[in-house]
Design a protein around this ligand. Structure first.
Ligand code: NAD
Length: 485
């Protein structure tokens, strides 16, 4: 049974929004047992019918979009427009994956033998353990649960301890849409307790995890003894390159949105800006001015541009990187301090949008994920130097280049080491029907979204049907024919 409770706290005010069970390993056992039992029927429900439930879910999300977005501004802290975007992403994903119910395409191919048929089909894997972070509290559960469900798996979800209220609403709406009892189950609580128990559970063959690189490594190790399928979506240290021929005003808009949107708490946040020296001064001046115009406040207020960080620990971490940047010799151009809510003068975990200038690619502020509204300008003298700097980090999630030169744009698309590259746009803005994920230490080769997501939640089964009425041996009986000349 749950070993106590924990509280969900509003980052804008510190107000307690609710109390939730701190699930134990025994709670995880119970949830997995329910999911395992439900799998036996759910896997046999025709996929188009499973898809229809997801269509209904999408419609319910639409109907509750304002309510969910409002709750998100309170529980997670992002501003209203972005909270609406988070919910919209889940709506789009649910429609997309609902449609997969009538696709889930396999392959057929001719046999080398006569009177023999061959195909490969996607099979569900079983109980999926889904572990999610707090920064996209509705979108990320949808990235994991909707493909898992349409493929015929059942799920145990362990949402982030900072956003349990939103996770509960998400699952309630799934149930309202018609997901049968036991198909989706939630365990709340801490990663080292409920999360770890889920990862180690012998009846959970697939773990889909989004979170930090460090936790991803712990999850991989814990799952290794049972040779589980582990799908990881981890951190980023994303760069925007601004070339000498770029539209600098457009680039500044892209940087502001990518670096300070969601208070920099996106895996795709632009925490590095690699700038050709010939436009460096112009860009720096405009970016600092734009950063200083941003208004901090609670996400639910219309005039707020930047909301709070998720909690006190995040505020302390972000500030520690300001100190690190100064010690390393980067120039603090603006920000670099905690701030009070500028709306009603109340508390909350606010941090001023922060820009460092004259950073070097090897500095810690240019190498490590900060996960806050901090970005570092790195001057360079050439396209080649810009790409080398962009690629000099362990992560490989998103990248961007602002240029009007089509040749450079195509070289960047080829040479930037990341799972996602934007041309003349910032580092954020993925759509649900292309694969989402990163190279290098951002993940382990899997992708979320698009058709690629189906590979996480299915096993391929190859099927051979021989209708010749006699024993035909592959690789042997077909070789008796004379060789072609
Ligand atoms: P986190 O790693 O601290 O936590 C993520 C989840 O893992 C939470 O639910 C947590 O309770 C759980 N967890 C923690 N320790 C665990 C353990 N030992 N075993 C099992 N589960 C455990 O990350 P966070 O602070 O919630 O999220 C921020 C991180 O997520 C950033 O690094 C960000 O880049 C990354 N992220 C990546 C993507 C992506 O798609 N690549 C998207 C969003 C966020």
């Amino acid at each position: 049974m749950a070993t106590g409770t924990f509280e969900s706290v509003a980052p804008a005010t510190g107000e307690v929004l609710g109390s939730f069970p701190r699930s134990s390993a025994a709670d995880v056992d119970g949830a997995v047992a329910k999911a395992k039992a439900a799998f036996e029927d759910w896997r046999l429900v025709p996929a188009p019918e499973r898809g229809n439930i997801l269509f209904r879910f999408a419609e319910l999300l639409r109907a509750h979009k304002d309510e969910l977005a409002d709750l998100m501004t309170r529980e997670m802290g992002k501003v209203k427009a972005e909270a609406g975007g988070d919910v919209q992403e889940a709506i789009d994903m649910s429609y997309y994956m609902g449609g997969e119910g009538r696709r889930l395409f396999g392959h057929t191919t001719p046999s080398e033998l006569r009177d023999k048929f061959m195909m490969s089909v996607r099979m569900p894997v079983g109980v999926v353990g889904a572990i999610t972070p707090w920064n996209f509290p509705i979108a990320i559960p949808s990235w994991k649960l909707t493909p898992a469900l349409v493929c015929g798996n059942t799920v145990v979800l362990k949402p982030a301890e900072d956003t349990p209220l939103l996770a509960d609403r998400f699952v309630q709406l799934l149930e309202e849409a018609g997901v049968p009892d036991g198909v989706v189950n939630v365990v709340h609580g801490y990663g080292e307790e409920a999360g770890d128990a889920l990862v180690r559970h012998p009846d959970v063959p697939v773990i889909t995890f989004t979170g930090s690189r460090e936790t991803g490594i712990a999850v991989t190790k814990a799952a290794a003894d049972l040779l589980k399928h582990v799908h990881l979506e981890l951190g980023g240290k994303n760069a925007i390159i601004v070339m000498d021929d770029a539209d600098v005003d457009l680039a500044v808009n892209g940087i502001v949105w990518s670096a300070f949107g969601t208070s920099g708490q996106r895996c795709t946040a632009a925490s590095r800006v690699i700038v050709h020296r010939s436009v460096y001064h112009d860009l720096q001046t405009k970016l600092v001015a734009a950063a200083e115009r941003l208004k901090l406040g609670p996400g639910w207020e219309d005039e707020t541009d930047v909301g709070p960080l998720i909690n006190r620990a995040a505020l302390d971490k972000v500030h520690s990187y300001t100190e690190i940047g100064k010690d390393e010799g980067a120039k603090l151009l603006t920000g670099g301090e905690a701030a009070a809510n500028e709306g009603d003068g109340g508390g909350g975990f606010y941090y001023r949008p922060t820009v460092f200038g004259d950073a070097q690619p090897g500095m810690r502020i240019a190498q490590e994920e900060i996960f806050g509204p901090t970005t570092a300008l790195i001057p360079v003298d050439s396209f080649e130097e810009a790409v080398a700097a962009a690629n000099s980090v362990r992560y490989g999630l998103s990248s961007s280049i602002f240029t009007r030169d089509v040749n450079r744009a195509f070289r960047a698309m080829r040479d930037l080491q990341s799972g996602i590259t934007y041309v003349n746009a910032g580092t954020t803005g993925a759509e649900v029907h292309l694969p989402f994920g990163g190279t290098k230490e951002t993940g382990n080769g899997h992708r979320e979204a698009g058709q690629a997501a189906l590979d996480v939640f299915t096993e391929w089964k190859s099927i051979y049907v021989d209708y010749s009425g006699k024993l035909q041996r592959a690789q042997i009986d077909n070789q008796e024919r004379p060789a072609a000349r």
